[in-house]
Ligand binder design. Structure first.
Ligand code: S3P
Length: 424
């Protein structure tokens, strides 16, 4: 698959499940690898990004096997990782490279991490600076700003850091580095970001102490192996949810989706816009909240989104732009400058492509403004090599008149390889 050709949909599936959560799968692969004992992982993400993390852990000497649809990780404890014989290639995956920086900073061997063109142009000072300020030795291209990153692994004593920008990747890297210290580990975040690392460490018996915006580690820092079932990925479910809201007469149920409150900003914002969304069968599975999401065609109004809500839906903002083109009134997204340093500049990418389709959307320095509703027209769009842009534009293509072509749509495999098969 290179380009995909889409036309207006009259209907969509009424029920589905989505593959395992990408963020959680990365963490399960890393923490399972340094845990004591065997972990069996069910519903591990099918995303290429998560495969990247598995391959990196294998190159660090960890025995990870596939058994049917499960992954079996033979954890041999925090000090069992081995010096890799080659550079670790993190591909397109920001979560792999940034979390591995933390995990590898405190090892007694050196590692070099690199990635594709997109990853090598994404900011890495945010990860190297806090680790280096805490005694680690990481060096990167252009004065420690970009990958490749050389990690001169060495014992760290303590970790203390006040994050200037909310980032679950940075927080998680510092917590993973903290597992290899004996001293105080305390991380303060300005706004709550996704807390999967904290939840998983807790589930594996590590002492995690959570204050309002402060996370610290207690004396037990050695994770125990656990069997784990990964919840369905809400960031993938977001695409069928958006389509169901926009498609006349659509009704949709998605079972077993992660509904961790640090990830549900998109659902909350949609509900405020007037979306009919119910969550049924709420429960806790392996210390992560999950449930079944029930939704369908809804009349929507514009909304203003900024501040604390942004980290709770950072990956869904390009999709919200598509939804906003069909809502009545003005939608304003602000405080989302982080979108400019994702797999692509997601503000400029989504604004440029939706404009081509006839949307009334303007870019601002830290977000965008949409006036709706406007009919969308099929045309030739670019994915910008970014999976979430390709999928957001596909939803736009399915509600547009005429034919929409998404160029280089194979990038959807980065997070959601089943996307096109599941949707139509
Ligand atoms: C992620 C954190 C977010 C998110 C990314 C996954 C994670 O990035 O955009 O897709 O798994 O920790 P930031 O930490 O840069 O906000």
């Amino acid at each position: 698959m290179a380009d995909v050709f889409l036309s207006k949909l009259e209907q969509m599936p009424g029920e589905m499940t989505v593959p395992g959560d990408k963020s959680i799968s990365h963490r399960v692969a890393m923490i399972g690898s340094i845990a004591e004992g065997v972990s069996v992982i069910k519903n591990f993400s099918s995303a290429i990004d998560c495969c990247t993390t598995i391959n990196c852990m294998r190159k660090l000497g960890v025995d990870i096997r596939e058994s049917g649809s499960d992954f079996v990780i033979q954890g041999k404890g925090p000090d069992s990782l081995q010096e890799p014989v080659d550079v670790l290639d993190c591909g397109n995956s920001g979560t792999s490279i940034r979390l591995l920086c933390g995990l590898l900073a405190g090892q007694n061997f050196p590692t070099i991490l690199t990635g594709d063109d997109s990853l090598r142009s994404r900011p890495m000072a945010r990860i190297m600076t806090p680790l280096n300020e805490n005694g680690a030795d990481l060096r990167g291209r252009q004065n420690n700003r970009f990958a490749p990153i050389y990690i001169n692994g060495k014992r760290l004593t303590a970790i203390g850091y006040h994050l200037p920008v909310a980032s679950a990747q940075v927080k998680s890297a510092l917590l993973l580095a903290g597992l290899y210290t004996n001293g105080k580990v305390e991380i303060v975040e300005p706004i709550t970001s996704r807390d999967h690392t904290e939840r998983l460490l807790e589930f594996c018996d590590v002492d995690v102490l959570k204050g309002k915006q402060i996370i610290s580690l207690g004396p037990n820092r050695r994770p125990k192996a656990r069997n784990f079932v990964v919840p369905g990925d809400l960031s993938s479910a977001a695409f069928p949810i958006a389509l169901a809201l926009l498609l006349k007469n659509a009704k949709l149920k998605i079972r077993d989706v992660g509904i961790n409150p640090s990830r549900t900003g998109f659902l909350d914002v949609l509900q405020t816009m007037g979306a009919e969304i119910q969550i049924e069968n709420r429960r806790l599975q392996c210390n992560e909240p999950i449930g079944d999401i029930v939704t369908g065609y809804s009349k929507l109004s514009g909304i203003e989104v900024g501040g604390k809500t942004i980290p709770l839906m950072i990956d869904e903002l390009p999709l919200l732009a598509v939804v906003a083109t069909q809502a009545t009134g003005r939608t304003v997204i602000k405080d989302a400058g982080e979108l400019r340093v994702k797999e692509s500049d997601r503000i400029s990418a989504i604004v440029k492509e939706l404009k081509k389709m006839g949307a009334s959307i303007e870019e601002s320095s830290d977000g965008f403004i949409v006036e709706g509703p406007t009919p969308l027209h099929g045309t030739s769009c670019a994915s910008h090599g970014d999976h979430r842009i390709a999928m957001a534009l596909s939803v736009a293509g399915w509600i547009a008149d005429g034919e929409t072509i998404i160029g280089n749509a194979e990038c959807v495999d980065i997070s959601f390889p089943e996307f096109y098969k599941l949707m139509i």
